[in-house]
Design a protein around this ligand. Sequence first.
Ligand code: ZN
Length: 192
Amino acid sequence: MLDFAAQYAAFQRRDPAWDGIVFVAVRTTGVYCRPVCRARTPLARNVRFYGSAASAERAGYRPCLRCRPEAAPFCPAWKGTRTTVERALALIEQGALDCGDVEALADRLGIGARHLSRLFAEHLDASPLQVALSLRVQRAKRLIDESDLPLFVVAQRAGFSSARRMTAAFARLYGRSPTSLRRRRLPGVTMQ
Ligand SMILES: [Zn+2]
């Protein structure tokens, strides 16, 4: 595990080399950021670091609307070395857990479900289902940002079983509805 001082120093200088490797959560705001975020650097005592966006979310933090930590790249250092996790992530990204379950996903990778969950806990500090939900929200967020598709279509394309489920996930994660996020991008409205 990386030590706190090194992570905080990287965060203070907004070091892009740490982007995707650590995620910075701020206790006072309940928001987590990429280390490159341009927001004012909070006091060290209010800061927590996480190894993945999913684990920051699991700890109850919402993604920052300015730096979009939920869309940060995965750490390049482990790309290619942790092949099984990578393949699992690719399959999840393609929707493997939107219509199938963790057992079926593990089957496709030639390992047991418990082993897969252990690998996820070790490398991503989150379960396959948490990662799937995180990716689903990320897909939906992108569609909301980049299209004018009706919300039920966004939900469908993002892999949610219903618009209601999507709204619930957004409420939990962002503390607001998908519609309110869409309104934010209208001309004349500045992002926070
Ligand atoms: Zn931020």
